[in-house]
Write a protein that binds this ligand. Structure first.
Ligand code: ATP
Length: 331
């Protein structure tokens, strides 16, 4: 639910990823977001065209006055270039082209972090043990088209979201088999960031590497086909790819939890893990999360949650807009 000056409505909010652009509108103060739509980025030449298409589809919608978009890239200055898509734009030009009085653009996982304390009990599922401690830092990680990372740290009476690019940290092996797979990825990519394995394209790259090491011919499968075959136990290479994916995510999430001291919990979002269901819960994720030698007991106390809400980053974008407008009016 959003609040604020009535003459800033309707408000447009967006979560712009490398594959999907999710958009919605808040019609008035105190009303929740409505008119949710998910567009495929590849169907549109630019973010401007995608937003125009959304507004066309939502015929009868009064033109939005202000907007906030979380987007999958670092945001630093006026010029935006997506990391895993070819869309690029000037924030000021986009604001003018859409006839907006105000446009806030922030990293998509910074926006998602802003939603975490607004999730309801049924919108998250705990995986493994640990207990949430109020007021302590919160970590966020999410494989999708890329690997988003953020967190929340206490700031005055509230929390500040982190704006980093933690998906691009160097991926480390925890087993000899992972070292073999990372060597294949190194030959292909040079630097193997966590995102090179922990994303939709990363799952495909792991599957390719496993087949290559087995001497099997290449087989082009989409990431969702790999996970479907793994869950159905119908393909050993797909099963290993998804198992390695979950275990490596545990390693990287554990590193993030250690770095932040994330006793407020580690949240897992993005478009992949929430679709894995039981497979994820039964995977090596949590065991690997805690497997940090002398700090295993420390990590065992930190809870991990899979985010189940359908459009959580949109709530975060709405919160960012509230904050930006409140800053302007001094309220
Ligand atoms: N069931 C699934 N199993 C594995 N991968 C999947 C599944 N469903 C979708 N994906 C992959 O997830 C990615 C899309 O995720 P998501 O919807 O989070 O994208 P996005 O928000 O556009 O991306 P990002 O914010 O990471 O740039 C694609 O690479 C897709 O192949």
């Amino acid at each position: 639910m959003s609040t604020g000056c009535p003459d800033t409505y309707p408000r447009l909010i967006g979560d712009i990823g490398g594959t999907h652009a999710r958009l919605a509108v808040i019609d008035s103060p105190d009303s929740p977001p409505t008119r949710f739509r998910t567009l495929c980025c590849d169907d549109h030449a630019s973010l401007l065209e995608a937003v125009k298409a959304y507004l066309m589809l939502e015929r009868g919608l009064p033109g939005p006055r202000v907007a906030a978009f979380g987007i999958a890239n670092p945001v630093d200055g006026d010029q935006v270039q997506m990391t895993n898509h070819d869309w690029s734009f000037s924030i000021e030009q986009l604001r003018t082209d859409l006839g907006l009085e105000r446009l806030v653009v922030l990293n998509d996982f910074t926006a998602l972090a802003l939603s975490l304390h607004r999730l309801q009990a049924h919108e998250r599922r705990q995986v493994g043990g640990g207990h949430e401690r109020a007021g302590r830092p919160v970590a966020l990680i999410g494989p999708g088209t890329g690997l988003g990372v953020s967190g929340l740290v206490r700031c005055g009476n509230g929390y500040a979201p982190l704006e980093g690019e933690g998906g691009h940290v160097t991926l480390a092996a925890s087993t000899p088999r992972e070292a073999e797979l990372i060597a294949v990825l190194t030959a292909r990519f040079g630097h193997v960031s966590a995102e090179r394995a922990l994303s939709g394209p990363g799952l495909i790259a792991l599957h390719d590497a496993i087949r290559q090491l087995a001497g099997a011919p290449p087989l082009a499968l989409e990431a969702d086909e790999i996970s479907a075959r793994a869950i159905a136990a119908s393909c050993p290479w797909c099963a290993e790819a998804l198992q390695v994916f979950c275990a490596m995510l545990g390693t990287v999430a554990g590193d993030l939890a250690l770095t932040l001291g994330a006793f407020g919990g580690v949240y897992i979002g993005g478009g992949i893990v929430p679709k894995l269901g039981d497979f994820f819960d039964r995977s090596d994720f949590r065991r690997r999360f805690e497997q940090k030698g002398r700090f295993s007991d420390y990590l065992a106390r930190i809870p991990c949650y899979v985010i189940l809400a359908e459009y959580p980053a949109l709530l975060g974008a709405a919160t960012a807009l509230d904050h930006a407008l409140a800053g302007e009016t001094g309220s």
